[in-house]
Design a protein around this ligand. Structure first.
Ligand SMILES: Cc1cc2nc3c(=O)[nH]c(=O)nc-3n(C[C@H](O)[C@H](O)[C@H](O)COP(=O)(O)OP(=O)(O)OC[C@H]3O[C@@H](n4cnc5c(N)ncnc54)[C@H](O)[C@@H]3O)c2cc1C
Length: 391
């Protein structure tokens, strides 16, 4: 189906992003996979092309382009021609807006230019060993010491965790209130800020997902982001966009898996015909094509709603839920249609399948998405109880 949401400028942008991905990202993919981390130069290269934090004002070095469709194109082209572990979007559109929307003018001037150039890589640290879906369990805490905050605790599963220069850390600042959290920007090199392991994972192997430790880190007062004790509400504010970012990516991953499978089954021979000649194969591919096209229409509509400022939390949750589940089904079917080759790392579909598994878990699990959607239908058994941020 022809997608009607893009105009000529978007398509020109898509062409240039595609050649960037083919030239600067994909050739390094195998090496990054082996080393467990993307080269920092990838961010610098993206910065040179003006692809980072495109929404930021020109005075900081940005392009002043907040139209989400440009980010959508970046995500799609990275899925098809880049590297799944290159979390440029997490940097630009998931963490960057925390600074863009919550920072003071002085903070923006201090941080944004280097994030836009790619000299500084961003991460957000919410999850802890004892707190994932339910952020009310966060134990990392910051005490007000007059001229600074004293930060103690640890985080885990943090994307860009090794490469990050600036980490937005969520910490408890009020023990009385369940949601008494604040956001702090912790900078590379601050005393007491240590990186733990670059965690070994099932998929997304080129992505540096790490543990972070904060031992008596003196965070200057100037590094509080947003309002003190209002961190929970700040987190909530960004959730719809985060889920939409995920949805765009998961759907593009499904499409990429379908594309490589289409090529494979038309080449591979069995019983004197191509695998594509089996009715089973054609029906499976037809089902996948249908699922992707129908879902794309919903996601594209969500993108337009988001641009108009009208994307609801439950519609974003539906997009996140449905695309991640679809990606899981599609990549599984695609491995099956590859036969033994689908189990081999040298075939792209193998990595796509492994990468897809986390889409149903992070950025709010499928179960949490279903909770949100059910509540939007008036099905809320905890009507008078407060909600936690990842919900
Ligand atoms: C590769 C990767 C990258 C990540 N990157 C980041 C990052 O950059 N920053 C960051 O802060 N975090 C990050 N995370 C953490 C991620 O957001 C959490 O793993 C996720 O929110 C789930 O939390 P959890 O792992 O503690 O699982 P749990 O919350 O312990 O969930 C366990 C199970 O219980 C279910 N469950 C939980 N609550 C409910 C409920 N209310 N109703 C029904 N079922 C429920 C879940 O769906 C799941 O099936 C990352 C995780 C991974 C794997």
């Amino acid at each position: 189906m022809i997608r009607r949401i893009f105009d000529d400028e978007h398509e020109m942008f898509r062409d240039s992003v595609r050649s960037f991905m083919q030239k600067e990202i994909r050739p390094h993919s195998d090496r990054w996979q082996e080393q467990g981390i993307v080269d920092r130069e990838a961010f610098l290269k993206a910065g040179e092309q003006g692809l980072l934090l495109m929404w930021a004002d020109e005075q900081y070095g940005g392009a002043g382009v907040s139209d989400f469709r440009y980010e959508q194109i970046l995500i799609e082209e990275n899925a098809h021609f880049g590297d799944a572990g290159f979390f440029m979007t997490l940097h630009s559109r998931l963490v960057g807006p925390y600074i863009g929307e919550l920072a003071t003018e002085e903070q923006k001037q201090r941080w944004l230019p280097k994030c836009i150039s790619g000299e500084h890589v961003l991460a957000v640290a919410i999850t802890e060993p004892g707190a994932g879906s339910d952020v009310a369990g966060i134990r990392t805490h910051a005490a007000d010491k007059g001229d600074h905050y004293l930060l103690n605790g640890s985080k885990t599963y943090i994307s860009n965790g090794i490469n990050a220069d600036l980490v937005v850390v969520v910490a408890r600042t009020n023990q009385e209130k369940r949601h008494g959290l604040s956001l702090f920007v912790v900078e590379r090199g601050m005393d007491g800020f240590e990186r733990g392991r670059n965690l070994k994972k099932m998929g997304l192997k080129s992505q540096d997902t790490a543990e972070l430790f904060f031992n008596n880190v003196k965070v200057p007062k100037e590094n509080l982001l947003g309002e003190f004790d209002r961190g929970f509400y700040h987190l909530m504010h960004f959730l719809a966009e985060e889920r939409l970012l995920g949805a765009v990516g998961y759907l593009a991953n499904a499409e990429a898996a379908l594309n490589v499978t289409m090529d494979y089954v038309q080449e591979r021979k069995a019983f004197g015909q191509t695998v594509a000649d089996f009715q089973n194969t054609r029906f499976k591919l037809a089902d996948m094509r249908t699922g992707i096209d129908v879902t794309q229409a919903f996601v594209d509509q969500c993108v337009l709603e988001h641009n108009a400022g009208t994307l609801s939390a439950d519609d974003a949750a539906k997009a996140k839920l449905y695309t991640s589940e679809l990606e899981g089904r599609v990549t599984d079917e695609c491995v099956q249609l590859h036969g033994g080759a689908g189990f081999m790392d040298e075939y792209p579909v193998c990595r796509m399948y492994l990468n897809a598994r986390v889409s149903r878990i992070y950025a709010g699990s499928s179960e949490v998405m279903r909770e949100i959607i059910a509540r939007s239908m008036g099905l809320d058994p905890r009507k008078n109880k407060p909600r936690s941020a990842n919900q």
